[in-house]
Design a protein around this ligand. Structure first.
Ligand code: ADP
Length: 338
């Protein structure tokens, strides 16, 4: 199975301040490396020159009873020690200056990143209320006792579908903008009962599954609790089972199962026998806004799996996907068992 997300693979997904710190350290490292090469080259040539000058200027004036070899060896190592000390001082100053310069140079990038996240969060937040109002108004119209002409009803229904899609997307955007990108402290996590959340999610998705004659099953699995947050874990299962129902073909099969693995790991697997995902798309499906196949089950935002990954990583876990065209899709979430 292609393990797409590991807690350690946070490089592409760190928070702006994590990214900033890493970039700052990298720039400082590069700066020190360049300074190291320059100082070493400079020191080697300086050492050679000083040594030659010293030997030439002193050789004739040495007393006859002085051991010349020993005298020059001591002088040479004295020069070398002084040079190495000077190099160490130069490198330490370069590291400190490099760190300060890198911070200064990267500050505008950090500000842009933070503003971008804040903008996404604000825009999503501002969109919520008008979308909720539109949804309510259209729903009221559709339920009105006065029968609507068929064409108007169809139009309103399609507006309602679009509004629901937009509302889902703003919810997802808000989650991605607000939720931490790094593992949460253990005290923020609670034991969450997998069976209860799976049953709730299956009940919520049952009408959509029935409409496509999809067998939505919870396979016999042992009692299991995972260390997570109830809302986040509900979102994980909701997005995964929702995708499975959305992408499985009519008359297909969707299952969810879980197991306790050695080492205190819990594994939750959502499987469908839908069209699967092409190999070229597979490494990208956890990226924000990535939609592999727009022909099947359209209407998604491309944010669902990014959110699953975000929550799994927050809980110190990971998510992996196995899929092949025509062979269905398995998504496995690994979390700590509680
Ligand atoms: P979306 O909201 O579009 O479903 P996701 O982030 O959940 O966004 O998924 C990203 C893309 O990965 C989807 O657009 C789809 O192409 C593909 N995908 C996800 N789950 C499945 C699945 N169970 N079967 C087939 N394709 C899937």
């Amino acid at each position: 199975m292609a393990r797409i997300s590991k807690p350690s693979a946070a490089s592409a997904t760190g928070s702006p301040s994590d990214l900033f710190r890493r970039a700052r350290l990298k720039l400082t490292g590069l700066y020190v490396l360049v300074m190291l090469v320059v100082t070493l080259l400079f020191s080697v040539s300086l050492y050679a020159n000083l040594r030659t000058d010293l030997h030439e200027s002193i050789r004739g004036s040495l007393r006859a009873d002085v051991d010349q070899k020993l005298f020059f060896q001591e002088r040479d190592s004295g020069i070398l020690e002084d040079l190495l000390l000077a190099d160490a001082v130069v490198l330490a100053i370069s590291a400190a200056a490099g760190y300060a310069f890198a911070g200064y140079a990267l500050r505008p990038i950090r500000t842009v990143l933070a503003n971008q996240e804040q903008f996404a969060a604000d825009a999503a937040h501002e969109l919520r209320t008008p979308l909720a109002v539109m949804r309510t108004q259209v729903e009221v119209q559709l339920r009105d006792k006065e029968p609507l002409p068929a064409k108007a009803r169809a139009t309103l229904q399609s507006v309602l579908d679009e509004v629901n899609g937009l509302a889902r997307m703003t919810d997802h955007l808000l989650i991605l903008a607000r939720e931490h990108r790094t593992a949460l402290p253990p005290e923020r996590l609670e034991p969450v009962d997998v069976a209860a959340i799976a049953a709730q999610t299956a009940a919520r998705l049952r009408p959509a599954a029935d409409a496509k004659r999809i067998a939505l099953e919870i396979l016999p699995s042992p009692p299991l609790r995972v260390r997570a947050e109830e809302a986040g874990f509900t979102r994980i299962l909701g997005n995964l089972m929702g995708n499975a129902v959305k992408f499985a073909g009519a008359g297909g099969r969707v299952s969810v199962s879980w197991s306790a693995e050695p080492g205190g790991e819990a594994r939750v697997v959502v499987r469908d026998d839908g069209p699967g995902i092409a190999e070229k798309d597979l490494p990208h499906v956890f990226e924000r806004f990535y939609k592999a196949d727009r022909a099947h089950g359209g209407g998604g935002s491309g944010l669902g799996l990014a959110i699953v990954k975000r929550f799994a990583e927050q809980y110190g876990g990971s998510v992996g996907i196995k899929s092949a065209p025509g062979k269905g899709t398995d998504v496995t979430v690994r979390l700590k068992a509680a």
